[in-house]
Structure formats: structure tokens, C-alpha cells
Design a protein around this ligand. Structure first.
Ligand SMILES: Cc1cc2nc3c(=O)[nH]c(=O)nc-3n(C[C@H](O)[C@H](O)[C@H](O)COP(=O)(O)O)c2cc1C
Length: 162
């Protein structure tokens, strides 16, 4: 089948109907913590235990993070919108706006999150204008009492069960 032309505005409009979690993916660049806000995080495989996220190829943050060979996915709670904004805007060092320690891989682990998934980089796959990063889980934890932050159509929100 021929590949039909997909309009960029239509792509954005349709994916504005698809909710994502909001995570801060962290890694060390030498002795400097680096991070990016990520909506493309998801589980992939239980055996072996793999997860994925997709940084854009033009991401300056990912260029700095990729050398570490490991990363920690900090899945934000729904009370952490300000934290998401501080890591997105980066006008001051966002790591000073939160309390964090170091996961087993050496990647920063941010306090107060809904979940943490600590990974070594398993594979980097070329995926159009993004990289598909597969991580092999070396440690994970979650706070069952904390609801995750949700992003939909350009807005933050909370999950509510039916
Ligand atoms: C809710 C939310 C989700 C995002 N998800 C992604 C993502 O999955 N992949 C990505 O490359 N950028 C994503 N971004 C944008 C990055 O956080 C960042 O702005 C982008 O990588 C450019 O900054 P940089 O050059 O410093 O990396 C997201 C931003 C927000 C606010």
C-alpha cells in the first residue's frame, strides 16, 4: 500500500485525544543531573523487563543524557504540575526545586512521584524524527496511594475511576 500523506495538524489533533502519563526521565551527564519531561513512556515487555520512551532527535537534553547508558523514569503524581513545569521551562536549575536521591544506576530519583523505573539502556531504535529508547528495568517502585498526573490535549489533569 502507498503511504498516504498525513497532515501534521490532523496528527496533533487526533493525538490530542490520547491521554498520556507525565514522567521526568533523568540521567547523569558526568556529575551533572539532566532531565526531560516525557509523555511517551510505556511498558513493553515483562520477560525480559523492558520499557520505552521517545525523545525527539533534536532534544538537547537527550543528547546529554544518552551517554550515561542508564536512566530513571520518575512518573509524576497529580500534585506535581509545578514540578513538571519547572523541568519543562528550565529557567532555573529544576533539580534545585525538588528533593532527589540516586537510584541504583546512578540516575536521579525524584521524591514524591507516583512511580519510579530505574533502567539501563537496552537498545536505541531509529523512529522517524524521534529515537525509541528501550530500557531494561533494574529496579522499580510505586506509591499506590498517589494518583498519576495525566496530560491530554495540552492540559494536565487527574485520573478518575468510573
Ligand atoms: C507533558 C509533556 C510531554 C512531553 N513528552 C515528550 C516526549 O515524549 N518526547 C519528547 O521528545 N519531548 C517531549 N516533551 C518535550 C520535552 O520535555 C522538551 O521540551 C523537549 O525535549 C525540548 O527540550 P530539550 O531540547 O531541552 O530536550 C514533552 C513535554 C511535555 C510538557
Amino acid at each position: 500500500m502507498e503511504h498516504p500523506e498525513i497532515d501534521g495538524g490532523e496528527y496533533r489533533r487526533v493525538f490530542g485525544r490520547v491521554p498520556t502519563a507525565v514522567s521526568i526521565v533523568t540521567a547523569m551527564d558526568g556529575d551533572q543531573p539532566v532531565a526531560m519531561v516525557i509523555g511517551s513512556f510505556g511498558s513493553v515487555s515483562m520477560d525480559p523487563p523492558l520499557v520505552q520512551f521517545m525523545p525527539g532527535k533534536s532534544s538537547e537534553s537527550w543528547k546529554r543524557m544518552s551517554g550515561a547508558g542508564s536512566f530513571c523514569v520518575n512518573v509524576l503524581g497529580d500534585d506535581q504540575v509545578d514540578l513538571s513545569n519547572s523541568f519543562f521551562v528550565k529557567d532555573v536549575d529544576p533539580f534545585t526545586a525538588c528533593t532527589w536521591d540516586t537510584a541504583v544506576t546512578g540516575a536521579p530519583r525524584i521524591e514524591g512521584c507516583a512511580a519510579w523505573i530505574d533502567c539501563v539502556t537496552h537498545e536505541v531504535v531509529d523512529a522517524g524524527d524521534h529515537w525509541l529508547i528501550l530500557g531494561r528495568i533494574v529496579g522499580l517502585d510505586g506509591d499506590s496511594d498517589r494518583a498519576p498526573l495525566v496530560f491530554l490535549g495540552g492540559s494536565y489533569g487527574s485520573f478518575e475511576a468510573h
